[in-house]
Design a protein around this ligand. Sequence first.
Ligand SMILES: Nc1ncnc2c1ncn2[C@@H]1O[C@H](COP(=O)(O)OP(=O)(O)OP(=O)(O)O)[C@@H](O)[C@H]1O
Ligand SMILES: [Mg+2]
Length: 380
Amino acid sequence: MCLNTRIERLILNNFRNHKYLNLDINKNMVLIYGQNGSGKTSVLESISLINSSNGFRASNLGEIVNNDLKGPLEMFGVNILLKESNNLTKVGIGLKKKIDKYQKIMSIDEKKNTNDIINNIPNIYSIIPKMTFIFQGTSEERRNFLDQMIFVIECDHRKDILNYEKYKTERIRILKKWKVQNEEWLDAVEKKMVSYGLIVCDNRRNFLKQLNDNLEIVDKNFPSFKIHLKGELDQLLLKKPAVDVEEIFASTLKKNREKDFLTGRTNYGANKTDINVVEKKSLKEAKTFSTGQQKTILFLMILSFIKYLEKVPCKKTIFLLDDIFSYLDNNFISLVLKKLNELKVQTWMTDVKGDWIFEDKSYKAIIDKINIDDKRFKVN
Ligand SMILES: Nc1ncnc2c1ncn2[C@@H]1O[C@H](COP(=O)(O)OP(=O)(O)OP(=O)(O)O)[C@@H](O)[C@H]1O
Ligand SMILES: [Mg+2]
């Protein structure tokens, strides 16, 4: 069961095309509708910044500041009022500029304490149009898709990945600066990489087991699929005890120093995890299915994830569903919304018209329907 964390108010100042936008919300389901280019995706993007350094569009942060902003950067900002039980928390998101680079800054109840931030903010899980191409996409996209789900279930997964990335970057920096001569320092950094890397892989393996178990029961009318982990390190963990893998991981990093220095990247580790989705009977890979079938496979995975959410003592979560009505089947969407509503997960959706909401009377009472064209403060 999920804690009912929800956004009660969202205020945008100079965020993309929104000079000023103030939304008051009092329901668990929110539909933002309006014409193309009215700024629907931008609203969800602003929420996705809660726990992402540059949002679900992976934007260059300079792009999210309104083009016409003439004043100081302090005039840009996202203010979110969160409600959990009867507690209200104010989240402030802004930007600061370091030379020519922008960086996200965040405050909780006007304090910039990072521990508070990590403990108080909800997980934001987004489903965006790009995901329908996940099986044709890069391994990084598939890895992110998997990690996004784990962040909701396993609080520490985000921290484990950040730590792994930190030491991975540090190792490449040392290799670039001193090649392989700085043995002791490299040994220490690689040791950290190994311990965080193995935790990250463990989280992924444990989560996938659950996702696969739930995938079995999602829809009996559809062929059965299984999700496999594809990375070399992940495969090794399936075959050998963790202590052996730890040794192999450490020695491979050592052996690869020259190669990693020359290529400028880490050629072995938790950063190489990928997933392979296979139909159980024919062993056909998801990417060989038709576009429509691939969307169904994606939907099965998302539904399996939501089914898993039903079982865990759940974390604070908010779902963002951008434009899903234009690319996912209506029956699926109904099923997902029904489940999310039962779980009391606040869910933000976007659509150009949102007519379908009135087709089903049961939605009317539970959805806040916001015409963004009416809400925007227009300067011209
Ligand atoms: N920094 C910026 N300053 C001003 N306008 C911007 C900025 N960045 C993007 N825009 C514009 O903001 C508008 C809103 O974009 P957004 O993607 O949020 O629209 P949307 O309502 O989701 O559209 P669609 O229905 O096509 O998905 C677009 O016209 C875009 O060009
Ligand atoms: Mg959009």
